[in-house]
Ligand binder design. Structure first.
Ligand code: C5P
Length: 233
């Protein structure tokens, strides 16, 4: 697998099992990562994750765990047992929960443990939402603060907007993974994403892995679209 493909994660958002599996087979080997989220997971469960991990390569299981530490430890172990190569939790669960996620991921893994990422602030939350939640800081301050907490708790990286990538990189260092959704090549539609960045701009801002969904999965040829994104990197 080339270095460029390692940086592309395609989001397979859907509930139709045959579409997910056939698209995963088409893109395996071109995209270094395939992402299964809550929609696919709640429809088809860990069996689909295990099948894709065995057949199609590295799977990012994006179900954003958030609960008391013991529950997250056990759930992260179950996630790791599927063979997923990366999973995530909410940073807002606090240090003990983050540490428990790392322990669980290590405990449940069959071979090398999956990478564990923290979702800092959902990009769907704006200033008004933070006020309503009683969080006095700006989104940027919170994201950097929670990224630092995730790093100190032993996590491998964060999921964040590409707009925050540079600040996280400065704070958390070069080895900390920054995985960014909201990526839109110039030739694609923004869909419902508000703050978007092109693949090349996101990499220049410090992102390590770019999550791209509909520009690839909704294209007439997902394989051609994935190759086009790789060419832009
Ligand atoms: O189709 P699109 O490229 O917008 O898909 C982006 C993917 O990244 C989706 O699976 C979405 O759930 C996920 N995501 C996001 N914004 C976040 C976190 C995750 O768009 N802040």
């Amino acid at each position: 697998m080339s270095e460029k493909s390692d940086r592309l994660c395609v989001a397979l958002d859907g509930s139709d099992r045959s579409w997910i599996v056939s698209t995963a087979r088409t893109l395996a080997g071109t995209a270094g990562w395939l992402k299964l989220g809550l929609e696919a997971f709640t429809a088809h469960g860990p069996a689909l994750v295990a099948e894709m991990a065995a057949e199609c390569g590295r799977v990012f299981l994006d179900i954003k765990l958030h609960d008391i530490p013991t529950t997250v430890r056990r759930a992260a172990a179950n996630c790791a047992a599927t063979g997923a190569a990366m999973l995530n939790v909410h940073a807002g669960g606090g240090r003990a929960m983050l540490e428990a996620a790392v322990e669980g991921a290590q405990r449940g893994a069959q071979a090398s443990p999956p990478k564990v990422l923290a979702v800092t602030l959902l990009t769907s939350l704006d200033r008004g939402s933070l006020d309503e939640l009683g969080l006095p800081a700006t989104a940027d301050e919170l994201v950097v603060r929670w990224a630092r907490l995730a790093r100190d708790a032993g996590l491998d990286g964060v999921v964040a907007s590409a707009e925050e990538a540079a600040a996280i990189r400065r704070e958390c260092g070069p080895a900390f993974l920054v995985v960014t959704p909201g990526i839109r090549p110039a030739w694609s539609a923004a869909d419902d994403q508000r703050r978007v960045m092109t693949p090349a701009a996101a990499l220049a801002a410090g992102a390590d892995i770019l999550v791209v969904g509909r520009p690839i999965t909704g294209a007439p040829s997902p394989l051609d679209a994935a190759r086009r994104v790789l060419e832009e990197l």
